[in-house]
Design a protein around this ligand. Structure first.
Ligand SMILES: NC(=O)c1ccc[n+]([C@@H]2O[C@H](COP(=O)([O-])OP(=O)(O)OC[C@H]3O[C@@H](n4cnc5c(N)ncnc54)[C@H](O)[C@@H]3O)[C@@H](O)[C@H]2O)c1
Length: 241
């Protein structure tokens, strides 16, 4: 028996990177997967995976997505709020204000909108699992990256808040904290920053996105039926010291 048989999952930012690896793993494990992204994914060959355009910062679009998934599949078992961006590596006094607002809008408000849109359906089912993708930089500090750190730390606490607020509705909410994973986001970043993060990672390597996806799979599946409100680092030991 596959680990997500019969479940319907929405994965934001699933067109590439960690979201794409999660979509493929969830489909292999028996889920019906809806990738919700501003970009259409390339070469999806699995009939269990479909694509719906979504900008996570648009609450109306979230409602349209939820309505269409409910109309087509009857339920939403899993939401992985994965869409996100680093956006700026600048500290508080230097970050461009538009960058600040955009990063918070996508990384924090996007996760808030996702939960706001999906929780009523999960309440009606009296079941659901939400996995909010934060970061190692939502747990431990780093210099610069002010908006990213603030927004990812907010994701961690919003997850605990939702876990406690909706525990009586049978809804589990957890945050996932990836370390450095080899994705297009990281390919686009300055090599010196990547080398620095790897040097601070006890395993001294980046993760394959699938290694992060396995963390999401555990939290999403019924194997985690007694797990809510936790922060799960999948980080090669980065947050251990
Ligand atoms: N790769 C890493 O090392 C790493 C480490 C820690 C946390 N994370 C987090 O993991 C998540 C995925 O990262 P990744 O490395 O795969 O990134 P990526 O840039 O490779 O992929 C991100 C995906 O999100 C989509 N997206 C961006 N803005 C969106 C929006 N407004 N609405 C809908 N979709 C949007 C993009 O189109 C893209 O498909 C992010 O939240 C990121 O912060 C990544």
């Amino acid at each position: 028996m596959a680990r997500l048989t019969g479940k319907t999952a929405i994965i934001t930012g699933g067109a590439r990177g960690i979201g794409r690896a999660t979509a493929e793993l969830f489909a292999e494990e028996g889920a019906t997967v809806i990738i919700a992204d501003i970009h259409e994914p390339d070469a999806v060959n699995n009939p269990a995976i479909s694509f719906v355009p979504l900008d996570v910062t648009q609450l109306d679009s979230w409602q349209t997505l939820v309505d269409s998934v409910l109309a087509q599949h009857g339920r939403i078992d899993i939401l992985v709020n994965n869409a996100g961006l680093v956006g700026s590596y600048e500290p508080i006094t230097k970050i461009d204000l538009d960058d600040w607002h955009r990063i918070v809008e996508v990384n924090q408000t996007g996760v808030f909108y996702g939960m706001r849109a999906v929780i009523p359906a999960m309440q009606a089912q009296h079941a659901g699992s939400i996995v909010n993708v934060s970061s190692i930089w939502g747990i431990v500090g780093s210099s610069g990256v002010a908006a990213y750190q603030a927004s990812k730390a907010a994701v961690r606490m919003m997850s605990k808040n939702a876990a406690l607020s909706y525990v009586d509705d049978g809804i589990r909410v957890n945050s996932l904290h990836p370390g450095l994973a080899s994705t297009p986001m990281i390919a686009a970043q300055d090599d010196a920053i990547t080398a620095d993060v790897i040097a601070s990672t006890p395993m001294k390597r980046a993760a394959d996105p699938r290694e992060i996806a396995y963390g999401a799979l555990f939290l999403a599946s019924d194997e985690a039926s007694y797990v809510t409100g936790i922060e799960l680092p999948v980080d090669g030991g980065y947050t251990a010291p």
